[in-house]
Design a protein around this ligand. Structure first.
Ligand SMILES: Nc1nc2c(ncn2[C@@H]2O[C@H](COP(=O)(O)OP(=O)(O)OP(=O)(O)O)[C@@H](O)[C@H]2O)c(=O)[nH]1
Ligand SMILES: [Mg+2]
Length: 169
């Protein structure tokens, strides 16, 4: 992507649902990718969790990625379902230090039920763990995706996962 975050350009739009367990770094990743902080409610800022759906996009010459940032807390799963209904692809965020958690599995199951067949995985918080734990989390995610429509979302070359994003305000 070469165009500045927030700019607009013609072309194809892909709606990307950002899914995963609470606190695994979905909003931080969207912020890094788009420059937009999607936790806007006072309660979200106070509690440090997403409650409502967040929207942000990034545009390049080839088109636009429109992100829907889902809340990961189990209590807000109905909000997640509402947001996931129209997505074209999933961006699954899994924190290296926690690994696969209940809403990792639940969000993936919902995406599958809705018919999402494309996606990508981001392993976050790799800065908090050693290489072995990051690799173990990556392997657990890979196993979770095996046999599902998102099986190909995993990087095929088996290289170490890397998370470059940092939280944005
Ligand atoms: N060290 C470190 N902290 C991170 C990373 N990604 C996110 N965080 C921090 O983890 C916390 C949770 O990040 P969020 O992006 O709010 O997590 P979330 O998945 O959006 O959480 P919910 O929307 O409530 O499910 C914040 O304090 C972030 O700054 C990372 O890669 N490394
Ligand atoms: Mg969030």
């Amino acid at each position: 992507m070469s165009t500045a975050p927030g700019s607009t350009a013609p072309g194809k739009t892909i709606v990307v649902g950002v899914i995963g367990h609470v606190d695994h770094g979905k909003t931080a990743l969207v912020g890094t990718l788009t420059g937009v902080g999607t936790d806007r409610l006072a309660e979200e800022k106070r509690r440090g969790i997403s409650i409502a759906l967040g929207f942000a996009h990034r545009t390049a010459a080839a088109g636009t990625l429109a992100f829907i940032d889902m809340p990961g807390h189990e209590r807000f799963v109905r909000t997640m379902i509402a947001g996931a209904t129209g997505i074209d692809a999933a961006l699954l965020v899994v924190a290296a230090n926690e690994g696969v958690k209940p809403q990792t599995i639940e969000h993936l199951a919902i995406a599958r039920l809705i018919g999402v067949r494309r996606g990508v995985v981001a392993i976050s918080k790799c800065d908090l763990v050693g290489k072995a734990q990051a690799a173990a989390t990556a392997q657990a995610v890979r196993q979770l995706l095996d046999g599902t429509p998102l099986e190909g979302s995993w990087r095929p070359n088996g290289s170490q996962p890397r998370f470059q994003g940092r939280p944005t305000g």
